[in-house]
Each structure stands twice: as structure tokens, then as C-alpha cells.
Design a protein around this ligand. Structure first.
Ligand code: C2E
Ligand code: MG
Ligand code: MG
Ligand code: MG
Length: 286
């Protein structure tokens, strides 16, 4: 009791902390309701082949929250709150289900998006039932496992006990795995070598340094060389300028994603964009 009181008093003397804590608990409360109230949606950002920057290759699903009370809340603000509260497990399950269903729906509309990437949080990965859950979602939706890619941030892989085990089981299942925000964590290369991953996603912070920071350019070259020697593919995220795209193409990066090519879009405009992109990238048949 004394401890609790001490904590209260501490907060009393630090009004800004109280405000932040209240903010977070309010956000958790609103976020918990968001799912039931239909305030969540997915945006899809196109990935394109870097060689011509025209051929669409896939999509990354990104969670969007439009709160009746808070307005549009960016993932940068609510994902960490969802992770701390554990709500991310429920939200992540919803994202996975929606993304898989959407791909199947696009198939049936004659819009074959080859694969969808879904971001996975450490809190999901460390649960013993995650692999079973992924398997169940794939079965329910009827999506071929190879068309689902899970993006896992580098720091998460390093921090999670049994991560390797879970990744191996996911690999067995046939889903693809990529390391998100690569270069911002602290992967040991020996560890990376053991992981059943297919792709390294070069973090936006390096891409934004192209043409400005020789260090960033050197890092990108090194990551591409590393990926190549380990038999992995590379995707650069956050491509905003033609100069960045030219550099990445020259260096042999395989896929690109960024505002220069497309913003994340709701499913209908994404479908439209995909149709148009396919039409311009594929020459008309005989
Ligand atoms: P991320 O997975 O690295 O996703 C890429 C982020 O970069 C997205 O931000 C995307 O909108 C943004 N982006 C893409 N191209 C550009 C560009 O050219 N310039 C700039 N400035 N930004 C670009 P978003 O949607 O705000 O998501 C932020 C982060 O939130 C994601 O980073 C991911 O870590 C997390 N997140 C989003 N959706 C989910 C989800 O469903 N589950 C989990 N666990 N995390 C998610
Ligand atoms: Mg991602
Ligand atoms: Mg990323
Ligand atoms: Mg990132």
C-alpha cells in the first residue's frame, strides 16, 4: 500500500507523467474498442521490382486506426501501446486474417497480387500458439502459405527467446520471412546465417541518406552484398526520390517500396493502382 501511495505521490509531483500515463490508458481503452467498433482498417503499399520500378511485386499491409474520439492515430503512436498492453496479439490476429482474406478476394477479382507482407510483433511471435494460429488463418482463407510474408523487425529477432524455433516452424509451414528495418538493430551475422529468412528490408533511415551521407550509401551496398552472399533478396523501404531509386537499381537492390512509387492505400484504390500498373508494365499480348 505504501508503495502504491508513493507511486501516486510521484505522479502527483510530475503532472506530465500522469498526463502521459492517462493518455496511454485511455488509448488502450479506445484501442480495445476499436476492433469491435470497426475503426481499424488495412492500408496496402505496393512493392515493385527495382529493375524497372514498374512491375508490381506485392504489397505490405499496414494497420490504420481511425478513432471516433482521437481521429486518425498513426501506428507510430498506437503500436507500442498495443504491444505494452498485450492488445497487439488480438490486433495482429485481425491484421493477419484480413490480409490473407484480401489476397484471396483480389484473386477472385482477377487481380493476382503475388504476395502480402504482414508485420509481426514480438508479443505475437513469443506466444507458443503463434505458428498454429498462422496455419489456421491460412487454412481458413485458403491462401497458399508461400504467398504470405511475415515481416519481423531485427531487434525483435535478437531479443526473443525461442525466436529461432518459431521461425523454423513458420518456414516449415511455407510462409516467407523477412527482416524489417534491417541495419537498425544489432544482428549477429552468425545468427542471421542460421535464420530461415528470405529477405532483408533496408531501413528507410539509410535510404534517406542516399546522395547525402556516404556512410548510408556504404551501409546499403554492404547490406545488398551480404544478402547476395547469403542468398537473400533485398527490399528498400521509404524510397522518396528518383535519385534514391537510381542508386538502389545501380547497386542491385531487388525490390522497392516508397512514396515515390505509391503511398499505402485502402483496398479499393490499391486494387485500381495494381490494375493500372499491370497494364503499363506488361506489353499487350498477341
Ligand atoms: P514498417 O513495417 O517499417 O512500415 C513502413 C512504414 O514506412 C509505414 O509507416 C509506411 O507508411 C512508411 N513509408 C512507406 N514509404 C515511405 C516513404 O517513402 N517515406 C516515408 N516517410 N515513409 C514511408 P506506418 O504505416 O506509419 O507504420 C509504421 C510502423 O508501424 C511500421 O513500420 C510497422 O513497424 C508498424 N506497423 C504498422 N502496421 C502494423 C501491424 O499491422 N502490426 C505491427 N506489429 N506493426 C505494424
Ligand atoms: Mg514492415
Ligand atoms: Mg520496415
Ligand atoms: Mg521502417
Amino acid at each position: 500500500a505504501a508503495k502504491a501511495e508513493g507511486r501516486n505521490r510521484y505522479q502527483f509531483y510530475r503532472p506530465e507523467l500522469t498526463a502521459a500515463a492517462l493518455d496511454r490508458s485511455r488509448m488502450v481503452r479506445l484501442l480495445r474498442r476499436a476492433l469491435a467498433e470497426g475503426e481499424l482498417s488495412l492500408a496496402y503499399q505496393m512493392k515493385l521490382s527495382c529493375s524497372d520500378a514498374r512491375t508490381p511485386a506485392g504489397a505490405e499491409a499496414l494497420l490504420r486506426w481511425h478513432s471516433a474520439e482521437l481521429g486518425a492515430v498513426p501506428p507510430g503512436r498506437f503500436i507500442s501501446v498495443a504491444e505494452e498492453s498485450g492488445l497487439i496479439v488480438e490486433l495482429g490476429a485481425w491484421v493477419l486474417e484480413q490480409a490473407c482474406q484480401q489476397l484471396v478476394r483480389w484473386d477472385s477479382e482477377g487481380l493476382p497480387v503475388p504476395h502480402v507482407s504482414v508485420n509481426v510483433s514480438v508479443r505475437q511471435l513469443e506466444r507458443g500458439d503463434f505458428v498454429d494460429h498462422v496455419r489456421a488463418v491460412l487454412q481458413r482463407s485458403g491462401l497458399a502459405p508461400g504467398r504470405l510474408e511475415l515481416e519481423i523487425t531485427e531487434s525483435v529477432i535478437m531479443k526473443t527467446d525461442n525466436a529461432l524455433e518459431a521461425l523454423a516452424a513458420l518456414d516449415c509451414l511455407g510462409v516467407r520471412l523477412s527482416v524489417d528495418d534491417f541495419g537498425t538493430g544489432y544482428s549477429s551475422l552468425a545468427y542471421l546465417k542460421q535464420m530461415p529468412i528470405e529477405t532483408l528490408k533496408i531501413d528507410r533511415s539509410f535510404v534517406s541518406g542516399i546522395g547525402e551521407q556516404q556512410g548510408d550509401e556504404a551501409i546499403i551496398r554492404t547490406v545488398i552484398a551480404l544478402a547476395r552472399s547469403l542468398g537473400l533478396s533485398t527490399v528498400a523501404e521509404g524510397v522518396e526520390t528518383q535519385a534514391q531509386l537510381d542508386f538502389l537499381r545501380r547497386e542491385g537492390c531487388e525490390q522497392v517500396q516508397g512514396f515515390l512509387l505509391s503511398r499505402p492505400l485502402a483496398e479499393a484504390p490499391f486494387g485500381e493502382l495494381w490494375r493500372v500498373s499491370l497494364a503499363v508494365s506488361t506489353p499487350p499480348g498477341p
